[in-house]
Design a protein around this ligand. Structure first.
Ligand SMILES: Nc1ncnc2c1ncn2[C@@H]1O[C@H](COP(=O)(O)OP(=O)(O)OP(=O)(O)O)[C@@H](O)[C@H]1O
Length: 250
């Protein structure tokens, strides 16, 4: 599934006044591409992911999946697209504490009134390194294990596009590598992957990196390697800090 956005703007009414999280962002991700989104904290990465996936309505601009403008879908059709065609890994995992790991993974199928196949659930848990943990509840799992349950849950419907918000943020190096290799494999098979990350090594698994700063796309990098990504990020963070200091001085 291709993902496209044009001139996305998103304004939040914050306590200290309005915040423009996105100020005109374009996104073009062809089917089967793996794109990483990076940028300093607060640059709009999560907001972009939510708008592109139809979880949030932008203030203006358009988000399209396979050429269909999400704003033109009714609530029911949009919910169906989200249930059947999109997988989303939330930054805060969003697991249900009363359900086991396996039940959490199967939830998107049950919400779609489909019967889960326990073998497929077990296989997915094994692929994220959680073989034999299916009957544990989130409270009995480490943060990294919970994050891997969240990744397995996003994949259970075999979605055409996976949006992942820092899917390796809580993982040790070995588990992160497993999850990233899995995402890379899915992209090579034709699933589209859009991943927010702070980690240059994670970004190096992608086909291209989009850099955001202050709600705008400020750079792009094709065929990234970790060192080049780290250099670009360092430059971006430095200029964001310089801009913040300049505002403070004024
Ligand atoms: N619900 C909200 N209400 C008010 N302001 C918000 C809301 N969500 C995000 N923002 C603001 O919008 C801006 C962009 O937030 P966003 O979470 O998209 O950034 P981010 O790049 O994902 O940050 P991080 O790397 O810290 O997760 C920030 O200034 C944030 O404080």
């Amino acid at each position: 599934m291709s993902v496209r956005a044009r001139q996305l703007r998103c304004r939040f009414e914050g306590e200290g006044g309005p915040v423009d999280a996105l100020r005109g962002v374009d996104l073009d991700v062809p089917r089967g591409a793996f794109v990483a989104i990076m940028g300093p904290s607060g640059s709009g990465k999560t907001t972009l992911l939510h708008c592109a996936a139809g979880l949030r309505t932008p203030t203006s601009g358009t988000a399209e999946l396979d050429g269909v403008n999400l704003a033109e879908l009714g609530e029911a059709a949009l919910a169906e697209v989200r249930r059947r065609r999109i997988g989303f890994v939330f930054q805060a995992f969003n697991l249900l504490p009363a359900l086991t790991a396996a039940q959490n993974v199967e939830l998107p199928l049950r919400l779609d009134r489909r019967s889960p196949d326990p073998r497929r659930t077990a296989e997915l848990l094994a692929r994220v390194g959680l073989a034999g943990r299916g009957d544990h509840r989130p409270g009995q799992l480490s943060g990294g294990q919970q994050q891997r349950v969240a990744v397995a849950r996003a994949l259970v419907t075999d979605p055409e596009v996976v949006f992942a918000d820092e899917p390796t943020g809580a993982l040790d190096i070995g588990s992160a590598r497993e999850v990233l290799s899995l995402l890379r494999h899915l992209a090579d098979r034709g699933q589209t992957i859009i991943m927010v990350t702070h980690d240059p090594v994670a970004a190096s698994y992608s086909d291209s990196v989009l850099f955001l700063a202050d709600g705008l796309v400020v750079d792009r990098l094709a065929r990234p390697n970790a060192a080049t990504v780290a250099n670009r990020m360092a430059a971006l963070v430095e200029s964001a800090e310089r801009a913040a200091n300049a505002v403070g001085v004024r």
